[in-house]
Design a protein. Structure first.
Length: 97
């Protein structure tokens, strides 16, 4: 059965579909470089620290790298996107309120 990917973009300007592809799933969690992106909303840093604690206790993840946006209402900076792409295999964005 075909799966559908739904993208919700708060900017109202969705990316072209040819640029949106689900990430390939790794064969193992071992050595995966995971980025944790704090979007500056209240408690997002706490959520990401707790996530790191839980994942590191359960999976052999290679590294965790923390990043922080310039502000929750601002788009992600291009240089930060490039850095995360070079340094991580996957990135988790925290959006608590």
């Amino acid at each position: 059965m075909a799966k559908t990917l739904v993208i919700l973009d708060p900017s109202g300007i969705p990316p072209p579909l040819e640029k949106v592809r689900p990430a390939a799933r790794p064969a193992s969690h071992e050595g995966v470089r995971l980025g944790l992106l704090d979007n500056t909303k209240p408690n997002s840093d706490k959520l990401l620290r707790r996530l790191e604690e839980r994942l590191s206790g359960k999976y052999p993840i290679g590294s965790f790298t923390h990043y922080r946006k310039g502000g929750s209402a601002l788009p992600l900076e291009e240089d930060l996107i490039d850095r995360m792409a070079a340094e991580c295999d996957f990135v988790v964005n925290a959006v608590p309120d």
